[in-house]
Structures are given as C-alpha cells and as structure tokens.
Design a protein around this ligand. Structure first.
Ligand code: SF4
Length: 271
C-alpha cells in the first residue's frame, strides 16, 4: 500500500483534561496493525482512504506545544494515541524529536512533569540523546508488543519493527539508564497468550523494568472483520478463543488468570 502524506496545522498540541494529556505529532499510522483501535479515525477522514495509507503531519506542532507548556505545571503527557510517534515519517519531519526536546526542557523546570512514550519502532534509539535529557523519573518508555515471533508480527503489525528489534532497543535504553518496559498491547487471544512465557523471559533478559497489558477491544466494532481474516492463519483453536474474547463475559477473568500464571512462572518482579 502506498503512503500519502498530508501536511496540516493544529490549533492545540496537548489534548485531554485534569492534568492528563495526549500528544500526537501525526494522525494516521503507516505501521498498519490489524488490531489498531485508532483506525476508527478514518470515519471522519473517509476521503483520505484506508487506515495505513495516509499520515497527517502537524507541521506547526512544536511551536504550539512550546506555548502550551509555558502555561502548564505538573501534567502527564502520553505519546501517542492516534499514531506511532516513531513511524517511518518521523525520519523526515522529526516532530517527535522536537516535541520530546521541549518536554525535556519543561521537565527540567517542573519536577512534577511526567512523560510516557510508547512505540513499536526501534528508531526511537536515534533519539537516545533527547531521552537522556529528561531528569530521572520524568520519562518512561514502553515498547508495545503482541508476540516475540517476528513471523506472527509480520501478519498482525506488518510495518512495525520486528519484535526482536524492539526487545533489543528496550535492552539498549535500559542500559542507558532510561526506565523502559513492555506494554503487551493488545493481548491477542490464544496467540499472545501462548507466547507469554517466552515473551516475559525475553523481556526479563532485556532488563525490562515494568510490564503493562491491554486486552483486545472493539471486536464487535471496527476491527472485528480484520481480526477474523488474519486469524485464518492461526488455526481453529485460536479462532475459537477469538470468538470467546468477542462474546463470552468470562473471557476477561480467564485472561487475567493467564497473565497472572505467566507472571508467576516467570517470577516477575517489577522494579
Ligand atoms: S503502531 Fe499503534 S497507532 Fe500505529 S497502526 Fe499500530 S496500533 Fe495503530
């Protein structure tokens, strides 16, 4: 699928309330994950084409963010919800790098500022100097993964960095003193559940400092058809578990049990 880039301007940079804000340098994502919740945004941008085929670039974002940060104290900023801040287009526009530089400066003035960055790309390593400019405790970086298997990832998140590279990047950032962890998001029914022991072992070997989990949502909405299509590759047991996630109210509890068992078996201890 070819990519179309649209340069746009924004009126505000930080969206949210109550001290919790989201920051999206881009809208749209070239990583094209089949389970992407943000793909609902195509509903208001039908003229742009399918999710994964376009990216909107907020060219004036750093200027707007700088103005907003001058007026705020003690906020939490989450990057990002409508894109991956380190999708390939970042290499060209460097908006994420510019925004993180501004946030690092703001964190040096405001000891309560907190930034949480999540990505599926190891190109974040190119900004290690900016990440290290944050005061201790102000920044956490999470690599989002669904499996440790590169061939499975190629089916569900085709343009993101292969998981082995994400885990290697996690190791590098942790070794550089940046608090870095793993966000297993979403836990794909059966697929991720089967992989959890090896994923947790790989995370521990990479020095992972924290773990987060997110169940697969919106199966009854915009991602259901795409998930069923890709589950054709994973066999009947996986397909049955996907349907359970979609229809069975007991799924949530059984998922929590799977996660708890995997963490106990791995002797997982958060730092
Ligand atoms: S990397 Fe994140 S925002 Fe991008 S397509 Fe995948 S899930 Fe969506």
């Amino acid at each position: 699928m070819s990519l179309t880039i649209h340069r746009i301007t924004c009126k505000s940079a930080l969206t949210g309330s109550g001290g919790h804000f989201r920051l999206n340098p881009y809208v749209g994502c070239e990583h094209h994950c089949v389970y992407c919740y943000a793909s609902y945004l195509t509903r208001w941008r039908e003229e742009l084409g399918p999710w994964g085929s376009w990216v909107q670039v907020k060219t004036n974002l750093p200027r707007v963010l700088e103005r907003e940060l001058a007026r705020k104290r003690g906020i939490e900023v989450f990057l990002s919800t409508a894109c991956d801040a380190y999708q390939p287009v970042e290499q060209q526009y460097r908006l994420t790098r510019q925004c993180l530089s501004l946030l690092a400066l703001a964190a040096q003035r405001d000891e309560e500022l907190r930034v949480f960055l999540v990505t599926k790309s190891d190109s974040v390593l190119g900004d290690q100097d900016v990440l290290q400019a944050f005061p201790p405790g102000a920044l956490q970086v999470a690599f989002s993964v669904t499996t440790h298997r590169d061939e499975t990832a190629a089916l569900v998140e085709p343009k993101a960095s292969p998981p082995a590279r994400r885990l290697a990047a996690l190791r590098t950032l942790n070794a550089a003193g940046i608090r870095t962890g793993l966000l297993i998001s979403p836990v794909l029914p059966h697929v991720t559940e089967q992989d959890l022991p090896q994923l947790l072992a790989a995370a521990q070997a990479a020095g992972c400092r924290f773990l987060g989990f997110d169940r697969l949502n919106y199966l009854n909405r915009h991602i259901g058809a795409k998930m069923r299509a890709v589950y054709g590759h994973f066999g009947p047991e996986a397909q049955a578990r996907l349907e359970q996630a979609c229809h069975d109210p007991g799924y949530e509890a059984s998922l929590r049990a799977v996660i708890a068992r995997a963490k106990a078996e791995a002797h997982w201890r958060e730092e």
